[in-house]
Design a protein. Structure first.
Ligand SMILES: O=C(O)CCC(=O)C(=O)O
Length: 270
C-alpha cells in the first residue's frame, strides 16, 4: 500500500496515490504564509509537550468512553443508515467547555498569535474537536476526502484547522492526506458515497499526499483544503485534538459569528 523512505517522505499507492510528502515545516511567518497560500497546509512541529500530550490523551479517553461505551456527545462518523454502529471513526466537539486540558489549549497565546499571523487578523474560536480511530475497524475508519467548508459554510473561507497528533500518526494508522493547492479551487463537488452516510466525499482527479505526524506535531489546513485520512490498520488508537480558528468578521451561513469567543479574550482569561 505504501513505502516510506529514509528521509521521512512517504509515497502513497492505491486510492491515495504516489506523491511527495516533503516536510513542509517553515520557520518564518512570511515563509509560512507563502507555503500556506501555495499548499493550503503547513506543519507546526512540536506544538505539544509530552505532558500536554498525556493530559490531552486522558481528557479524550474520559470524554469518549463511559464504562467502555461511547459517552454522551460522541458521534460515529462511520455510521450508515440501517446498519449497527461500527464505532470506527469517533468524533466529539467542544471539549474545551468542560475539560481543563482542552481549555488550556484554546487559550494558548502562542497558538493565537500564530493563527492570527496566518489568517491576517484577530481570530475567533469556532470549536475544538477530536477525531478518534480505534484499532481493529479496518477500512470503516477511513475519512473520505472533503472540504470542511462544505459543512461549515464560512464566508469568506478564512479559517484554519490546527490538527494535533496525540499518537504518532502514520500511513498504517490513518494519518491525514491533503490535496495540495486544492484550497485555491473554491467549492469542489461532493457526493454522498452511500445512502445515510454522515460524510460526503469530494470528487477530484488530484492525488492526496500523506502527512505522517509524530505525536505533538500539528498540521494546519485551510477550511477549503481537500483532505481525508486512511484507515487505522494498527493495533492502537489514532487520536487527534483539533482547534478551529476563524478570522473575525467571517459569517457562517450568512450570520455573524459574534457568539463565538475572540481568542484574545480566552487568552486574557475573559
Ligand atoms: O483526523 C482525521 O482523520 C480527520 C481530520 C479532519 O477531517 C479534520 O481535522 O478536518
Amino acid at each position: 500500500m505504501r513505502s516510506s523512505d529514509g528521509d521521512g517522505k512517504v509515497r502513497m499507492t492505491a486510492s491515495h496515490d504516489t506523491a511527495d510528502a516533503t516536510d513542509r515545516t517553515v520557520g518564518s511567518t512570511s515563509g509560512e504564509r507563502a507555503a500556506f497560500a501555495r499548499d493550503g497546509v503547513v506543519r507546526w512541529g512540536r506544538l505539544l509537550t509530552p505532558d500536554q500530550i498525556d493530559a490531552l490523551r486522558s481528557s479524550v479517553e474520559r470524554a469518549f468512553f463511559r464504562d467502555g461505551h461511547p459517552a454522551d456527545g460522541v458521534r460515529d462518523l462511520s455510521e450508515r443508515q440501517g446498519r449497527p454502529l461500527d464505532l470506527a471513526l469517533l468524533h466529539k466537539i467542544n471539549l474545551w467547555r468542560t475539560d481543563e486540558a482542552c481549555a488550556a489549549q484554546v487559550a494558548r497565546a502562542d497558538l493565537a498569535d500564530r493563527a492570527e499571523a496566518l489568517l491576517g487578523g484577530p481570530v475567533r474560536l469556532y470549536r475544538d474537536h477530536v477525531f478518534y480511530k480505534p484499532p481493529g475497524k479496518g477500512d470503516r475508519s477511513r475519512m473520505v476526502l472533503h472540504q470542511d467548508n462544505r459543512y461549515w459554510h464560512l464566508d469568506p473561507p478564512e479559517a484554519i484547522t490546527v490538527w494535533m497528533a496525540l499518537d504518532d500518526a502514520t500511513v498504517e494508522n490513518g494519518c491525514v492526506h491533503y490535496v495540495l493547492g486544492s484550497h485555491r479551487h473554491g467549492r469542489v463537488e461532493h457526493v454522498r458515497p452511500e445512502e445515510g452516510a454522515v460524510m460526503i466525499e469530494a470528487r477530484t482527479e488530484q492525488e492526496p499526499v500523506a502527512y505522517p505526524a509524530p505525536a505533538g506535531d500539528a498540521l494546519v489546513h485551510s477550511v477549503n483544503t481537500l483532505h481525508g485520512s486512511g484507515p487505522n490498520l494498527s493495533d492502537g488508537p489514532r487520536r487527534a485534538y483539533v482547534v478551529v480558528y476563524v478570522r473575525d468578521g467571517v459569517t457562517m451561513r450568512g450570520e455573524p459569528m459574534t457568539s463565538f469567543p475572540l481568542v484574545g479574550d480566552l487568552v486574557r482569561g475573559g
